[in-house]
Design a protein around this ligand. Sequence first.
Ligand SMILES: [Zn+2]
Length: 178
Amino acid sequence: MTARCGVASIAALELAKSFYLPVASPPEFPDHCVACMVPRPGDLLIVKASGWSWWDRFTPWIAFGRGKVTAEVPICAACRRPVQRMRAIQQVGVWGYLVLALVILIPLSQSWDLPTGWRRSVVGGLALLSLLPYGVLLVLFPPAFDLSMTKGRAEYEFKNADYATLFAAANPHAESED
Ligand SMILES: [Zn+2]
């Protein structure tokens, strides 16, 4: 019971808050640092996202025509570098993880008694499964700010709960699933 409470409280501390807005309506960012909440931080974190995700490589006809969205999020000079570094590491991390999984899996799969087509599908499926722990890490330790596009909407994710509250107040038409 105690252990479960511990896990729940870690999740409550770290889980990012997400808000959805139509791509055509740019959000109002509160003038506080997105990471440490200092008022009038004076610097900007520029984050871009497009409707293309790497899933779309398999279904380009669905992705066709999706737009791009750019967010300029207030951040203080002290927080900008570590936040940018964290985002870069996480982005490179996904690809690194996937490549590593393939480097291990492809030679292994040579000894599997499967038709070639099947072998590729199984390797692809296992490589995706191997991303699961990485995905859990991202959920537990999200970046200070993240931006993505899903189903024609922009998703704004904040790690700092106080900032998320200010964002919700400044953007009353933003939808939240929390
Ligand atoms: Zn800051």
